[in-house]
Design a protein around this ligand. Structure first.
Ligand code: TRP
Length: 327
């Protein structure tokens, strides 16, 4: 049997290099090594962040589908499902919500930090507070072998396993399959501001479908070493965002080493480095141009096909689960 891999994304906008290096690249590898990959587009969960943005969700679903195909996910091998259309997920989440306490949710780090950082007066909507419950339902419904996630999501999946344990204890051993997280090892990519991880909301991202002009504009804006004013000044490599990016995207590592030496001694200008970086990133993204192109209507059809199949699977599973809950 093929290994099944399940993961999900909130449709928040276009995908950027940070997403690609962090998780998308890995999905393409998994798909091409024969795994059955399922990707949930969490169009319901995304409303937990800000329900007033619901008008953008439709366009962002399409954006996600465009990005998925752009990077080489193949609808023959990978399936896509739209959360809002699979009402069984919310039913299962509702049963799950009786198995955990508010205190448990509040101890999950992603909930804790959201509460401290973004939500005014320490309050947050119930949707956000309960997302780990519904995320557990998303996963459990499709019994995947592994769930690739960022490190910060591991406590959420452990919490999910606690729900699964309680559910199985209450209604029947081995009814639900334990979640196995696999942590994507790539560290989060820093944004072009050099301050925070790459993120659309912080306006520091290079998007996968950015044009070369766009990439150029963004790279030219990068800060380097504030004390490297004249070309002849010695410059600092450490903490220099242009070098951080060159480390990732420049292939000729020997040349990069000698450029670093040159920069440290003085006599190497920022613009030379930035031009190299613009070429490197543009080239890196160029490989995607060979991937098959899909029209918007193709994309929507692929998504709706995947969703119908998933809905059928979920509906059968819920029938079984209900029969155990309401014995
Ligand atoms: N929480 C994920 C995100 O922030 C999206 C998501 C929803 C998900 N359901 C999932 C991820 C199930 C993995 C498994 O993007």
């Amino acid at each position: 049997m093929k290994k099944t891999v399940f993961t999900g994304d909130r449709p928040t906008g276009q995908l950027h290099l940070g997403h690609y290096l962090g998780s998308l690249q890995n999905r393409v590898k998994l798909q091409n090594s024969g795994a059955k990959v399922k990707i949930l587009i969490a169009d319901t969960q995304v409303l937990n962040n800000d329900i007033s943005k619901s008008k953008n969700v439709k366009e962002n679903i399409l954006n996600l589908m465009r990005d998925y195909m752009f990077i080489g996910l193949d609808p023959e091998k990978t399936s896509f499902l739209l959360q809002s259309q699979i009402s069984e997920l919310f039913e299962l989440g509702m049963y799950f919500s009786n198995l955990v306490t508010q205190e448990q949710l509040l101890r999950i780090p992603t909930i804790k930090s959201e509460r401290e950082m973004y939500q005014e007066n320490g309050t947050m909507n119930m949707g956000f507070l309960t997302y780990p419950i519904f995320q557990t339902a998303d996963i459990v419904m499709f019994s995947p072998d592994v769930v690739p996630v960022g490190e910060d999501q591991v406590p959420v999946l452990e919490f999910g396993n606690d729900i699964i344990r309680k559910f199985n204890n209450s209604f029947g051993n081995d009814l639900l399959k334990k979640i196995v997280p696999v942590i994507s090892e790539t560290p989060r990519l820093i944004g072009i501001d050099g301050q925070h991880k790459m993120s659309k909301s912080l306006d520091n991202a290079i998007f996968l479908r950015d044009s070369k002009d766009e990439i150029k504009r963004k790279c030219m804006k990068m800060f380097t070493d504030p004390n490297h004013i004249r070309v002849s000044d010695p410059g600092k490599v450490e903490g220099n965002i242009v070098f951080m990016f060159l480390d990732i995207f420049h292939q000729d590592k020997n040349k990069l080493e000698s450029l670093k030496n040159h920069y440290t001694k003085g006599g190497l200008g920022d613009v030379v480095l930035k031009k190299m970086l613009i070429d490197d990133i543009s080239q890196y993204l160029e490989k995607f141009q060979n991937n098959k192109k899909y029209s918007d209507s193709d994309l929507l059809e692929i998504l709706s096909d995947g969703t119908s199949k998933a809905k059928k699977e979920a509906s059968e599973k819920m029938k079984v689960l209900r029969s155990y809950i309401f014995k």
